[in-house]
Every structure is written in C-alpha cells, then in structure tokens.
Design a protein around this ligand. Structure first.
Ligand SMILES: Cc1ncc(C[n+]2csc(CCOP(=O)(O)OP(=O)(O)O)c2C)c(N)n1
Ligand SMILES: [Mg+2]
Length: 603
C-alpha cells in the first residue's frame, strides 16, 4: 500500500491504542494532522492552548492510566514550548511521544521560517536531547515504520521516558510503498526484569534479621505498580513504609505501617525512623537531596551504619548517592515478589507486627507528627493556613480522588499532610517540581480517569503560569476541580528568604503594587471569564461547601482560597534539612548554615 508519512504515523499510533494526541497546530504539522481527519473515531486529537500544557497533559495521563499519549507541535517555537513539559516527564521517567514539525529535508539549512540552523541544519532536536530517551529525525518516508515501533520500545522498555520524532514537512505529505505496518506485539520487548535470585535471598536474610527495618518507596515502585508487594512485605517484616514525592500513594496512608514522608519536607515519623533504621530497603528511589535532607548525616538517613538494600531497574541509580550492602537491578514488582517468597521461607511463623515495640514506636512517632500539624490544621484565621484548607478539602473529596500538585507550598504540604489512599491518586511533578504542571496535569489526569474526582491543588503563582489551559478545559467540558491557594506571591520562596536571610531580605517574591499594597487578580473571576465555575473563599469553614458547589456544577471549577501571607501561618511544618545556600555577608546566618552543612556526607 502507498501511504503518506502522516498516514503511517496515524495508523501506527492507532494500532498502539494511543488514546490522545495533545498539541497545537502550525504550518509545520498541518500535513501530519490532515492524516488524522480520516481517523476521528479512533484517536482523539485535542487542542491545548500552549505546548507546555499539551506535554503535561500527556505526562499526567500516563501517570494515571499508564497509556502513552502523544504531543504534536509545529516547527520551532511550538516545539520549543514543549521543553518544560517533556523535561518534567523525563526526570520522572514518564513516557510520552513528542512529534514536532521539521524543515523539509530538501530545504534543510536554508533558514526557512522557524528553522534553527546556524550550527547544524534542522537543529531543534538537540535542544531536547537531554530530556528524551532517544530522538529521530527521519529523512525518508519508508524509515517511519521502523522509527515508530522503536520509539515505543524506547518509551516503554527499561526505565521509561519520552521519545521524540522530529518530522520533516515533506515526509508528512509524501508517500512510500509500505508492505504492512509493524505489529506492535511482535516488536515490543516484554516481561519484567527479576533481580538476581542469590542477591534477593541475601536481602531476605538481612531484612529478616533486622531490628528496625524500613522500606522507602519511590517512583520506580509506582511505575512498576508494586503496591501490593510493598504492603505485603511491610506487613511480613513489620517494616514502616516511608515515601518520596513519586512514591506517595503506593501504600494507603491510613495503613498502620505508613510512616509518612521523609526528607527535608518530611515528617517526624518518617525522618526519625529513617535515621534509626538498621536495614533500609529502597525501592525505585533516587535518594535525591529532598529525600535525603541534602545528605546531612542523621537528619534523614544514617547510611552507613544502616545497611542499604537498593532495588532499581536502572543500575545507574544504585550506589549513586549511598553505598549499598546489596544493589539489586530489577523491576520493583517482580523483584519484590521474589523477595516476598524468600522472606516467607525464612520466617518460620508469621509474627504479628502489631505486638512489637518497634510498631509501638512507629505509632507514637506518627501521633507526634499529627500533633505537630494540629495547630495549623485547626487554625480558624482568615486568610487561612494551607494546612486548614487541606483538612477541609480532604473531608469533601472522595477516598479515591486524584490530587495533582506541581510546586510551592501546596505541593509540599499535600505531600506531608494530605492523606491519599492508593497509587496514582497523588500525581506530582516530582524531580522537576515544575510550576505550571497542576492545571494541565489535572486535565490530563481527568481524561485518564473520567469517573474519578480530580483536583489540582495549586498555588496562585503556579496557577498563573498555565492558567490558559482553563480555556481548553472549558472548551472540552472537562470537569476538573482547581483549588488555588492564593497567598499573593511566591510564598514558599519568600519564606525561605525570610528564614534563611532575615525578614528584611524579601525580594521579588510578593505580588504587590508600586505603593506596596498586595496584588492579585481575582482568580475566581478569571475562571468565570473562561466559562468555568469560579468562587473565592476567605473563611476556612466555607471551603468544603464551595468545593461541593464546584463539583456539583459539572464544569471545570476554580475554588480560590485566600491564604495567609504571614509566617508561621503561611509556612509548613518541616523536620528535615535542605541545603539552600546563604550569602557570605550574612555572617551569623552563614556560620550557622556552614555548621549544618559540615554534617553533610556525600559518600
Ligand atoms: C517553572 C518554575 N519556576 C520557578 C520555580 C521555583 N519555585 C518553586 S516554588 C515557587 C513559588 C510557588 O508559588 P505558588 O505557586 O504561588 O505557591 P506558594 O508557595 O506561594 O504557596 C517557585 C517560584 C519552579 N519550581 N518552577
Ligand atoms: Mg503563592
């Protein structure tokens, strides 16, 4: 059969079951888009307002439904607009397929509209190279079938991530004789990688002999859908489970063994247990500075002397930040399944962890954490604390609601304060902590789970970075809830300035008029302008009812909550350490900072 490049792409993506293509058109991809006109019932081609939003939608869709979406853009600026979204997906190992329009192969290097060509013709892909697993720039139509199935293998195989095809305009329109398109089934690497059985057995022995075992679950545990294995292993070992941003939700957060997060934002229970553990089982976790309190010894981890068993699909992560007792390369679910078998073989009788003193210790620490949060949670002031707002929100959302966060205090506080009860219910921009993820991310999540409540929990600053996607939500009638914590500024950064450098060192973090009066647009009114539900709330007691009205509206709805701008009420309760540098001229504060920093151990 003779097919155009556009037809090959359309038909192949349909054969892969791609549910959505998000993007923005331009002259650089009209010939590609034309091929989808004949397939309207088989794949949804959806317009975002901005290409960053399109990428976040595809990213969040995958996190919820584990189905790959595509992102289409024109050449040049449209392609460049995806950089943030694709980088966000890459750092969190989330697959998406980026398709950008590219210069006609026969005009490469002539400097056509939107071509980057001064160091190499059609050079845009090199801007994306650090944030995709692999990229292609085909120069013949008949290369496309091969490129497409390879792109899927790259996205889905091993440690997952985005793949990228820069698609010349002539190839979109011209034909080649194709015998048949590749069958995805016969081209896909399949199966899960099991860890070395000998190492797994040694890990089981070590964990069974531990006095204070601890499990830390990261994005790799989430990606491999290892929730059941994590819970079973925790129960068998009586091991508390702490999480990273990307691991949150892997265990229901009312599970008796859930220890709450560790790290610089972490909880009393998460950090105390992490620092006291004698054997730590890390599953798909990179040990970032946020998780490890910038490696300051004893604040979160003490490795060594604690013995680390590290399971990861990517050998590069093993031993990167902490030395291991056992580094096991393997898929989390498969390897934990094997580990469970070995632990069961060692454990003669199943002991009830609830009777142990270690469990009592965990329970006591968890109570301390809840007690530490209580003042901010119960506070009645207006503008309200974010902690109180989260309590009111949790009360009205369903147990399986999906929350989406991106950056700022809302992201941090949802992480440590807001319980979720299952995997894929906490969708966050983890490694990139990207402002602007929340609004399009929540739209992508809602498309992936139309029957669940989906709420973006977002700061005013972050909201404004991608607010235009409200238009897209209104256009397509996607009933997402957007809860905006409006504190008139980049509050978490303002708080850092204040606590690290002094209250008189605030710069570029408040939104205010030249005369000093605080400034914010009325975000609820903005929502109404887009055709969404909008309501501004200033009293914390009114949050639940307003959220209820937004959900009942059946429309995308913005509930704008006026939040405190005064420390400590504008801040969060954190127990770890984060290395945020202090200028040398702040002598006393610098000395204190240096003393703390001297306890960091980059082993
Ligand atoms: C795109 C991007 N730019 C800058 C930052 C740095 N940053 C992290 S949080 C934050 C402020 C967030 O403000 P807002 O969303 O209003 O939340 P708040 O902390 O005020 O509650 C900034 C500027 C970032 N994470 N992402
Ligand atoms: Mg703010």
């Amino acid at each position: 059969m003779r097919l155009t490049g556009g037809q090959i792409v359309a038909q192949y993506l349909i054969s892969e079951g791609m549910p959505y293509l998000f993007g923005v058109p331009g002259h650089g991809n009209t010939a590609l888009l034309d091929a989808f006109v004949d397939h309207r019932d088989e794949i949804n081609v959806v317009q975002a307002i901005h290409e960053q939003g399109a990428a976040h939608m595809a990213d969040a869709y995958y996190r919820v439904a584990r189905r790959v979406c595509g992102v289409f853009t024109s050449i040049g600026p449209g392609a460049a607009n995806t950089a943030m979204g694709v980088a966000n997906a890459y750092i969190d190992s989330i697959p998406l397929l980026l398709l950008t329009g590219s210069v006609h192969t026969y005009m490469r290097g002539r400097g056509v509209l939107q071509e980057l060509e001064r160091t190499h013709w059609a050079n845009f892909p090199r801007m994306m190279e650090p944030v995709v697993k692999r990229w292609w720039q085909p120069s013949r139509v008949d290369q496309l079938p091969n490129v497409l199935h390879l792109a899927y293998n790259v996205m889905l195989g091993g440690r997952q991530g985005p793949a990228y095809i820069d698609f010349p305009m002539d190839l979109q329109a011209e034909t080649a004789e194709i015998e048949s398109l590749p069958n995805p089934v016969t081209r896909r690497a399949s199966g899960r990688t099991h860890g070395d059985p000998e190492l797994v057995e040694r890990a089981a022995k070590l964990l069974c002999g531990a006095q204070r075992p601890l499990i830390i679950a990261g994005g790799g545990a989430t990606a491999s859908q290892a929730a059941a294995e994590i819970a079973q292993l925790a129960e068998l070992l009586g091991a508390p489970v702490t999480v990273t941003w990307m691991g949150k939700g892997i265990i229901p957060e009312d599970h008796p063994l859930y220890a709450w997060p560790c790290g610089d934002l972490g909880s009393i229970s998460g950090n105390t247990l992490a620092s006291e553990a004698d054997v730590i089982l890390a599953v798909g976790c990179r040990f970032t500075d946020r998780t490890a309190s910038s490696f300051r010894r004893g604040v979160t981890f003490n490795i060594p002397p604690a013995k680390l068993v590290h399971i990861d699909l990517d050998p590069y992560e093993i031993g990167k930040n902490y030395p291991v007792e056992l580094g096991i390369v393997g898929d989390a679910k498969a390897t934990l399944g094997d580990l469970l078998g070995s632990v069961r073989a060692f454990r003669k009788s199943a002991s009830d962890y609830r009777n142990s003193s270690y469990f009592n210790h965990l329970t006591e620490l968890k109570a301390q954490w809840q007690e530490a949060l209580r003042p901010m949670r119960e506070d009645d002031r207006a503008p309200m604390t974010i902690s109180r707002a989260l309590v009111e929100l949790r009360r009205v959302l369903e147990r399986d609601a999906i929350v989406v966060t991106g950056a700022g205090n809302p992201q941090s506080q949802v992480f440590t304060e807001f319980p979720v009860y299952g995997p894929a219910q906490h969708i966050t921009a983890g490694g990139f902590s990207a402002m602007g993820f929340e609004v399009p991310g929540a739209i992508g999540a809602k498309l992936a789970a139309p029957n669940k409540q989906v709420a973006a929990i977002v700061g005013d600053g972050s909201f404004l970075q991608t607010v235009q996607e409200l238009s897209m939500a209104a256009q397509y009638d996607i009933p997402v809830l957007f809860v905006v914590m409006n504190n008139f500024g980049w509050e978490c950064i303002k708080n850092l300035q204040s606590t690290q450098f002094g209250p008189d060192r605030i710069i570029a973090t408040n939104f205010k008029k030249p005369d000093g009066t605080p400034f914010s647009a009325n975000l609820a009114d903005i929502a109404k302008g887009f055709g969404c539900f909008g309501e501004r709330v200033d009293q914390p007691a009114d949050v639940g009812a307003a959220v209820g009205r937004a959900l009942d509206s059946g429309r995308p709805g913005v509930v704008e909550l006026l939040c405190s701008r005064e420390l400590p009420y504008s801040g969060l309760t954190a127990t770890g350490w984060w290395d945020v540098t202090v200028p040398a001229y702040h002598r006393e504060k610098r000395a204190k900072y240096e003393a703390a920093r001297s306890e960091e151990a980059l082993t």
